[in-house]
Design a binder for this molecule. Structure first.
Ligand code: GLV
Ligand code: MN
Ligand code: MN
Length: 412
């Protein structure tokens, strides 16, 4: 019994066309028309397998494939549907398609699992709309209350609640649609590695031991705009000068305060008024700090805050710092990892145990259930870029491991 490379290839090939930036990578934000088209394709496939399917109040795609005992907790399997801007065709969707393919194989082999299998395609994992990652999983696990949806704003100032309503969803429903820990046996997620370890070492499978935590903060430096030609150098309150000093010091802050595993990134910057002959009045940038070790992240964060305040004081500017998201480092379930390792060994696949630097919905799910994550190689370690690529042979190998893991978990 095995998954079908041809079907996986067809699914990924179909869904990668649902992009708002054809020819420039895959851009499929949650709640966009492309997202709806991708979901419609999957819904048709799921219905043809006899699954019950719904899209919940925050846009998570949720399907169930009934098991023999409806009173047993379900086994969840899936990943996220959305992408970053100009991202790749594999991040997230590979795990949703692998989950679908696993259910197809169960159906064609007339395998009736004891537990119901829940397929999940999470919405808004990437933070593409609202700047905060894993919102779809955070809402359905109760980490974000439905009342908070009105306070989360996108880059145009529109609330999450409004965006959901405008895309035809019913956010009020979400309180009734949450996942309850007693109803779930575990969650399995197959995902591309997004780093170089597997590819460089010619390994087929990564067993994820832990998922790095994140601290994402927004820093805003406020100075004063004035004429670029007429304002003497000693009379300026240039927000961009201060921001660039802070940003260029981030690498040193990590070196001095973090561990060898700590990383920090300033990936987004906005300058106002952003005009060549006007001194910048306001600069906002994000800082994304990651590690499995919470203390290391906190030390780096503390120093970023201190340094930002020191530089702002030096130029007599205002500095506001706000938290966008914060995540603890997460360990996956050892029992599930051992099951995966046994399967991988018995199949003779090369593998290693590893950490994930990228965040995943499984890290959120780990707060309510046991999770296991299977990584497949990313060519040249590239991800969140159009060049992101994983071979279909690798995806099939990962999907076969996913299938077998699910069957073993079902027997527990
Ligand atoms: C999402 O993929 C992230 O790791 O930020
Ligand atoms: Mn992802
Ligand atoms: Mn991603």
């Amino acid at each position: 019994m095995e998954t079908s490379l041809a079907r996986i290839k067809k699914d990924i090939g179909t869904i990668q066309k649902f992009t708002s930036t054809p020819g420039q990578g895959c851009t499929r934000f949650s709640y966009s028309i492309e997202d709806k088209k991708a979901k419609n394709y999957l819904i048709d496939e799921m219905i043809s397998l006899g699954m019950d399917v719904k899209i919940d109040g925050v846009g998570n795609l949720r399907g169930t494939y009934k098991g023999q005992c409806e009173n047993l907790p379900i086994i969840l399997v899936g990943s996220h549907m959305d992408t970053v801007k100009h991202g790749g065709s594999f991040d997230g969707i590979t795990g949703v398609i692998a989950a679908l393919e696993v259910i197809r194989v169960l159906k064609e082999n007339n395998i009736n699992t004891k537990h119901t299998i829940g397929l999940i395609g999470f919405a808004e994992e990437e933070g593409s709309n609202f700047g905060a990652t894993t919102l779809g999983s955070k809402v359905i696990t109760g980490k974000i209350a439905s009342s908070e949806l009105k306070n989360i704003k996108n880059f145009e100032g529109k609330s999450y609640y409004e965006v959901l309503e405008e895309s035809g969803l019913n956010p009020e429903n979400i309180d009734k649609e949450r996942l309850d820990k007693k109803d779930i046996l575990g969650m399995l997620e197959l995902h591309i590695e997004q780093s170089i370890v597997l590819d460089k070492n010619n390994l087929s499978i990564g067993i994820v031991k832990g998922i790095a935590g994140t601290r994402t903060y927004g820093v805003e430096i406020i100075g004063e705009s004035n004429h670029a030609g007429a304002t003497p150098m000693n009379m300026r309150k240039d927000a961009l000068i201060a921001a660039s000093e802070i940003i260029s010091h981030v690498n040193d802050i990590v070196k001095e305060n973090g561990l060898s595993t700590t990383v920090a990134t300033v990936g987004k910057i906005e300058c106002h008024p952003n005009v060549s002959n006007v001194i910048a009045e306001k600069v906002g940038f994000t800082i994304d700090i990651r590690d499995l070790d919470d203390y290391a992240m906190d030390r780096v964060l503390k120093e970023v805050i201190n340094y930002s305040n020191r530089i702002s004081d030096k130029y007599e500017l205002k500095c506001n710092i706000r938290q966008i998201t914060s995540f603890k480092g997460t360990k996956t379930c050892e029992k599930i990892n051992n099951i995966i390792e046994d399967i991988v060994k018995s199949r003779g696949y090369s593998y290693c145990k590893m950490l994930s630097g990228a965040v995943h919905d499984s890290a959120v799910m780990a707060e309510i259930t046991d999770v296991g994550m299977i990584f497949v190689p990313s060519k040249d370690g590239k991800s969140h870029v159009p060049e992101e690529y994983t071979s279909f042979e690798d995806i099939k190998r990962g999907s076969d491991v996913l299938l077998e893991t699910l069957l073993k978990l079902d027997k527990i």
